[in-house]
Design a protein around this ligand. Structure first.
Ligand code: SF4
Length: 364
């Protein structure tokens, strides 16, 4: 199969691995900040075959996982109060535990909560339910925001009045800065997300090399992409360099997708945002501009504030920050399983605990 098999060839992988082993002498902690990288690394056993000098740390790469308990709890409080609402969201959000309930449990109790596969699906929902308010819970990083913004523009152009969006979008570079500033986890470089960077452009990470002297490699998601990305990081670390380099040149450019950036700019401005485990990070979220206020759930409804209490015993906050491995959580693989998740990192298909459980539960 073209464009997949080429990036999974065993002999080439072994060659890159041998080269990493030959060149890596300095201890290097490298964070992958994308859930798809975490899954690829776990699926192909890459963590296990690297030299001992290189430690891969999984970071805040899952949009569902980084949604704060406070945001989830206030959504649940709201839909319990307001019965004329259809709540629409992505499937992974349904089972994320809040402090005392989840959207799935609220659906079972009678709230009208629906899974959509695209934000665009909400246009049809609103059109076919004119007597109801449709609320879309908009989670996701820079990759999801352009589609949500485009949906809002279409809703405005079609004159739709009963559709609103709760923007819980998160931005990747500010979270990387927050992790570096926190000093909670020692990091020597980043494996940066290919899809996010296809939108924002590699230039968005320049401050990480300039201010923190940490190299960034933007890598694709196939095993050879990841290994080559690690090789490029190791080469920079050995040479004492810190630069932003693109391994994923078939998709990513320095400036990113200008059209997608314009659509996002038209609808959203930046705002402080609350991340599960990390807390409030300045300018790390997207808020809906005044000109689209008619679609902003924050302006249209009294959503209130939710309790920030985490699910009991869950260590997802530390997993998201990279200060703890899933294997260190006492609930991992016992009371916390994919079919009975205690925290978002086990729920989501992009979650770190989910990846470690699916591909490495016997390695504890
Ligand atoms: S194993 Fe479960 S409870 Fe523990 S951190 Fe992961 S998701 Fe949370």
């Amino acid at each position: 199969m073209k464009y997949v098999d080429e990036y999974r060839q065993k002999d080439i992988a072994q060659g890159i691995l041998a080269s990493i082993r030959a060149l890596s002498t300095k201890r290097a902690a490298i964070m992958e900040i994308c859930g798809s990288h975490t899954h690829s690394i776990s699926k192909y056993g890459i963590r296990d075959v690297l030299p001992q000098t290189i430690r891969l740390i999984s970071g805040p790469g899952c949009p569902v996982c980084v949604t704060s308990a406070g945001d989830l709890n206030r959504i649940i409080d709201f839909i319990r109060r307001e019965r004329n609402i259809i709540t629409a969201t992505f499937g992974d959000m349904m089972r994320v535990p809040g402090s005392a309930s989840s959207l799935q449990e609220e659906k079972a109790r009678g709230s009208d909560v629906r899974v959509v596969y695209s934000p665009m699906d909400t246009l049809a929902l609103a059109a076919t339910h004119p007597g109801k308010e449709v609320l879309f819970i908009a989670v996701g990083f820079e990759t999801t925001a352009p589609t949500v913004a485009a949906t809002m523009i279409m809703a405005r152009d079609r004159g739709i009045k009963n559709l609103s969006f709760l923007s819980l979008h998160k931005l990747t570079p500010p979270a990387m800065r927050a992790l570096l500033d926190s000093g909670e986890v020692e990091l020597n470089g980043f494996l940066c997300p290919g899809h996010v960077t296809a939108v924002i452009g590699a230039g968005a990470y320049r401050f990480i090399a300039d201010d923190y002297h940490a190299p960034c490699i933007i890598a694709g998601f196939e095993p050879l992409d990841v290994l080559q990305g690690i090789h490029m990081l190791a080469a920079q670390i050995e040479a004492g360099r810190a630069a932003i380099e693109i391994q994923y040149t078939r998709v990513v450019t320095e400036e990113g997708n200008r059209k997608a950036q314009e659509v996002v700019q038209q609808v959203f401005g930046t705002a402080d945002a609350s991340w599960r485990g990390i807390g409030m990070i300045p300018s790390s979220g997207l808020k809906i501009r005044e000109s689209f206020g008619a679609f902003d759930a924050e302006q249209r409804f009294a959503l209130g504030a939710g309790s920030d209490e985490e699910p009991p015993g869950c260590s997802c906050g530390d997993i998201i920050k990279g200060v703890m491995s899933p294997y260190e959580c006492p609930l991992f693989g016992s009371s916390c399983l994919p079919e009975s998740p205690q925290g978002p990192c086990m729920v989501s298909s992009e979650g770190t605990c989910s990846a470690y459980y699916k591909y490495g539960r016997n390695k504890q």
